[in-house]
Structure formats: C-alpha cells, structure tokens
Design a protein around this ligand. Structure first.
Ligand SMILES: C[S@@+](CC[C@H](N)C(=O)[O-])C[C@H]1O[C@@H](n2cnc3c(N)ncnc32)[C@H](O)[C@@H]1O
Length: 250
C-alpha cells in the first residue's frame, strides 16, 4: 500500500453512520473473498440494454447529446492532460466524454459492451472530427489495450457494474499503466444503511452500486495500485460522488 493519502470532502453526513458502514464492509469483504475465483459479471445484461437503445430511452441522456464538458471540470484539479497521453475510457458510451478529452491527448481507447454502442461512439466522434479514438469491446479489452497507458478515466460507470468487474478492471488496467500513469475514476456512494453490501443483480437493469471510501482504499490494495486521494462531492442530499485517484504501486 502506498503512503500518500489526501482525503477532501464536502461530506455532510454524520460520521458515526459512516463508521458503521466501514465496519460492516470489513466483515462482508472477508466473507466474499473466501468464496470463488469466478468473475460475477453483468456485461451480458448491459449488452441487452444497449441493444434496446439505452441512451435514447434514458430520462437523463434523452439521446446522444453533448451534455457539456463535465469531464474537464472533473479532471483539471487532479490530472494534467498531455498531448502524447495514451488514455483508456472505461464505459465510453456514445463518446460524450471522449469528445471533450480527445483534443487534449494522444490517443483514446474507449471500452464499452458491444458493437452497437461502440458504433454509435465512432459515429458521434467522427461527426466531431475526432480521429484518435479506438473502440474496444469489454470482452476483449485485456488483449486489445496496449501496455504503457498514461491515464485511465471513467465517469458514471462503476456504479453500474458488479463489484467483481470493477476489481477486474482495476487489476488488469493497473498492470498496463505506465510508471507515472494515473487512474481517475468516479464512484457513487448513496448514504443509506447497508449500501456497501449490495452488488449488481444479474438482470437487464441499471444498477446503482455504492463504494465507500474504505472500499475504494481496499480496492486499490487488492489490485496492487496505490491509493492517492479521493475528492468527494455531495451530489444529492443522499449521495456522494467520489473521484478516486490511484497510481501504480511504487
Ligand atoms: C451511464 S452510462 C455512462 C456512459 C458515459 N461514461 C457517459 O458518462 O456518458 C454507463 C456505460 O457503461 C457501459 N458499461 C456497462 N457495463 C460495462 C462494462 N462491463 N465495461 C465497460 N462498459 C460498460 C454501458 O454500456 C454504458 O455505456
């Protein structure tokens, strides 16, 4: 485990509640670690959602629209983009955030679940003259993404995956990071009792899975990454967004 840890937070919940999450989480993790090596995955269910035009039907997205550059605002305080960076976007969707990232970096590998959504991303990005984007199927990312990745980014994705898939991404992409590479990933934490023990169900729906800061620290340790910091923002009265920055272990 690394040494540098900065926690900043606009946390406005009572701390004894948060502590009780952490204690229960520890018990849960010990139990679940003891079970099986098989990865519990909801990728097939997400393929169904995308075949059914997830973004076009979604009440927030309402189609394949540019919702503004929330990506730069999230990245700027934590990571300095460089024109030669090799970037991975986990859960690139139709290319919304890749369109904003692409002009500032060398190349983007955008991972999503099937050809249907990746074709939409390629079209969306080519309409915006983006030429440095490679679509990558989630089923093949381990072989298709090269080593020497400088930056791994993800927004509004981890809350929709099984915990095993999140761990698998961190472990596998962590192994591909350049020595000074950076991982910047957004997690959701809903402020309700027991959310730390929930996992995504294996059916076609949009899960809402919480990760506490303690769980993110453990995730870094489990996947041989160094936890650098988490910045937390209260995004609704009952939900935090954690922006977690991790780095290769020294
Ligand atoms: C809520 S959308 C967010 C998309 C994009 N990041 C954005 O903010 O517009 C979640 C995305 O994650 C993708 N996804 C689901 N499971 C995934 C997996 N195992 N690997 C990669 N992407 C996945 C979905 O297909 C979908 O495009």
């Amino acid at each position: 485990m690394g040494t540098s840890t900065v926690l900043t937070s606009s946390l406005s919940v009572n701390h004894s509640g948060l502590n009780s999450y952490i204690c229960k989480d520890r018990k849960y993790r010990m139990n679940s670690d003891a079970t099986s090596d098989a990865i519990r995955s909801n990728v097939e269910h997400w393929k169904q959602l995308q075949d059914d035009d997830y973004f076009e039907r979604h009440p927030c997205y309402k189609g394949l629209a540019d919702l503004g550059d929330d990506t730069a605002a999230a990245i700027a305080p934590l990571v300095t983009l460089q024109p030669d960076m090799k970037v991975v976007v986990i859960g690139c969707g139709f290319g919304r955030e890749s369109a904003h990232l692409a002009p500032h970096v060398g190349h983007i590998y955008g991972i999503d679940v099937n050809e249907r959504i990746l074709d939409k991303a390629v079209n969306y990005l080519s309409e915006r003259s983006v030429q440095n984007f490679t679509p990558v199927l989630a089923d093949h990312y381990k072989t298709q993404i090269p080593a020497g990745i400088d930056f791994v980014f993800s927004i509004v994705v981890m809350q929709h995956l099984t915990r095993d898939l999140v761990r698998d991404y961190f472990r596998s992409l962590g192994e591909k990071l350049a020595p000074d590479g950076v991982v910047l990933v957004q997690f959701l934490e809903e402020l309700f009792e027991g959310v730390d023990r929930a996992d995504a169900e294996l059916r076609p729906y949009e899960p809402s899975i919480s990760w506490t800061v303690a769980q993110i620290v453990q995730l870094a340790s489990d996947t041989k990454l160094r936890f650098v910091e988490v910045r937390s923002y209260l995004v609704t009265p009952t939900a935090l967004w954690h922006w977690a920055r991790l780095a290769p272990a020294a």
